[in-house]
Design a protein around this ligand. Structure first.
Ligand code: DGI
Ligand code: FE
Ligand code: FE
Length: 210
């Protein structure tokens, strides 16, 4: 269901999510929210509040340990893949979407839920809405990791040169490819498992028409 999300609802939500997050993650969450505001102005102005809600809720299960994540998955009937038990960080995107449906039903909008669900890996054919949540999470200004700084610069420099909507979409596409390249490269360097959705997302942005 698509739900109307008002400024007042966002003001309340901003206080409510605080107790789900560590202090550091709360600062990150607020920063993702304002970043989605900026990206919404460029790409999806009509869905700004919906994007802000997804941003405020995207990491609400991040602080739970593996045991609690798995318990939530069991309670909600979420299927845990073999990859996810080897890369438990991936679980918080799935469990957050489920916890939103339980604890914040007024925000259980399809767009909000899928934005949260796909914010970590991305996916082939991901929507503009999902891409904005994913990118805002990557380039929000409190992130200091070299790849994040690089991606933030790449996006904002190129977007400032883009004269029309088509060029802005092309900058977004290139930025998404670069983000997956950097994430995959980092995971390879760590010897970590690369989730199938991450690879499929990269390939799709390389040639989205296919
Ligand atoms: O929750 P955040 O830290 O704000 O950001 P996030 O949800 O994008 O999570 C980032 C983490 O997820 C980072 O440690 C890299 C990891 N990640 C992203 N894609 C994959 C992945 N980890 C594995 N193992 N495989 C992936 O495909
Ligand atoms: Fe996350
Ligand atoms: Fe995040």
């Amino acid at each position: 269901m698509n739900r109307e999300i008002t400024d007042e609802m966002l003001n309340t939500l901003r206080e409510q999510v605080r107790e789900y997050l560590t202090e550091k993650r709360y600062a990150h969450t607020l920063s993702v929210e304002s970043e989605t505001g900026k990206l919404a102005a460029l790409f999806l102005p009509a869905e700004q509040n919906c994007l802000r809600a997804a941003a405020l809720l995207h990491d609400i299960t991040k602080r739970l340990n593996l045991e609690k994540q798995l318990q939530l998955c069991q309670n909600f009937g979420i299927i845990v893949t073999n990859d996810e038990t080897k890369a438990p960080k991936l679980l918080h995107a799935k469990t957050a979407a489920a916890v939103v449906s339980r604890d914040f039903p007024q925000f259980a909008d399809n767009r909000v839920l899928s934005g949260i669900r796909w914010h970590t890996t991305g996916r082939a054919g991901m929507s503009l809405f999902e891409s904005i949540v994913y990118l805002a999470d990557y380039i929000e200004p409190t992130r200091t990791f070299a790849d994040c700084v690089m991606l933030r610069q790449f996006f904002w420099e190129n977007i400032s040169l883009a004269a029309d909507a088509d060029s802005r979409m092309e900058v977004l596409r290139q930025t998404m490819v670069l983000s997956f390249d950097m994430t995959i490269r980092q995971l390879l360097a760590e010897g970590a498992l690369v989730d199938r959705d991450t690879i499929e997302a990269r390939n799709w942005f390389l040639s989205p028409a296919l």
